[in-house]
Design a protein around this ligand. Structure first.
Ligand SMILES: C[S@@+](CC[C@H](N)C(=O)[O-])C[C@H]1O[C@@H](n2cnc3c(N)ncnc32)[C@H](O)[C@@H]1O
Length: 264
């Protein structure tokens, strides 16, 4: 039996605060979001760029939060939808929302750095609003390419700085230093302290940098339906673009360590 509106409101309140403003059978979860009706407002700006019919396609939503995009993928008929997030608090919201909205997305507590443990690839990987919260955004992209991305990557990042985009030269003279000051040069601004009160806002790339990092990690942007959203196809990655962590431990080293642990 479906819970009543009052029961939904009560449970939503207990699970709050919410970052996603979801509409759960008459109850909005974050009606006073500082970005407005978020992420609906963002979704409406790029949803036309994804196929209306996702029948049978598998989707991995990394940093799924309370599952707004998982629900939208299911609404378009996606088959297997998996949401991962490092925050159990958000996953509890996601599971509750899926129950109310009646979809069967799976949710797992997992960091993007551990996606190798999923042991499967997905037709569509969503990596929205997460990269700039990571100390190691390129490592995360390298791991997605290595382990989970099969075809399409939908990427979004907070961006700051110039919107010009410079076509990168194949090589440059050591004494050519001016190019680095061109507005369209890829720049990843490091935030040592806080930005918008959030100590996990580590990076703010400009648009050129987002695109260059994606290409370098083996994701070719083919559509930019919104200034911060890039839809990419998995492609060849740059020489040397390999995840350096987690290290692949040779079997004999792992078993030697295990034996040592047992002896201690
Ligand atoms: C700004 S929210 C974006 C949520 C959603 N993807 C969207 O675009 O609306 C960032 C989300 O990433 C999650 N997150 C942060 N670091 C993570 C990590 N290392 N692995 C997985 N999720 C992470 C946070 O818990 C949060 O839910």
């Amino acid at each position: 039996m479906k819970p009543s509106r009052d029961a939904i409101a009560e449970r939503a309140e207990a699970l709050g605060p919410w970052f996603h403003n979801l509409y759960l059978d008459g109850v909005w979860t974050a009606p006073n979001h500082f970005l407005g009706d978020f992420p609906g407002i963002m979704w409406r700006r790029f949803r036309h760029a994804l196929p209306d019919d996702l029948a049978g396609r598998s989707v991995l939503d990394i940093g799924c939060n309370s599952g707004f995009y998982c629900a939208e993928m299911k609404r378009r008929g996606a088959g297997r939808v998996v949401g991962i997030d490092s925050e159990p608090f958000y996953l509890a919201q996601a599971r509750f929302a899926a129950e109310v909205l009646g979809h069967d997305s799976e949710f797992h507590e997992m960091s993007v750095y551990d996606v190798g443990a999923l042991g499967e690839r997905f037709d569509i990987v969503l990596f929205m609003g997460v990269a700039y919260h990571l100390r190691h955004p390129l490592l995360a992209l390298d791991l997605l390419w290595e382990h989970v991305a099969d075809d399409v990557l939908v990427f979004q990042s907070m961006q700051r700085g110039a919107t010009d985009v410079l076509e990168p030269p194949d090589d440059m003279d050591f004494f050519d230093t001016d190019a680095f000051d061109a507005p369209g040069w890829p720049k990843l601004h490091f935030i040592e302290k806080r930005y918008a009160g959030d100590p996990t806002n580590w990076w703010a790339p400009n648009s050129a940098c987002t695109q260059a990092m994606l290409r370098s990690a083996g994701f070719r942007p083919f559509s930019q339906p919104e200034k911060e959203v890039f839809i990419c196809r998995r492609a060849a990655r740059a020489d040397g673009a390999e995840p350096v962590y987690p290290a692949r431990v040779p079997d004999e080293t792992a078993s030697a360590r295990e034996k040592k642990g047992r002896a201690a």
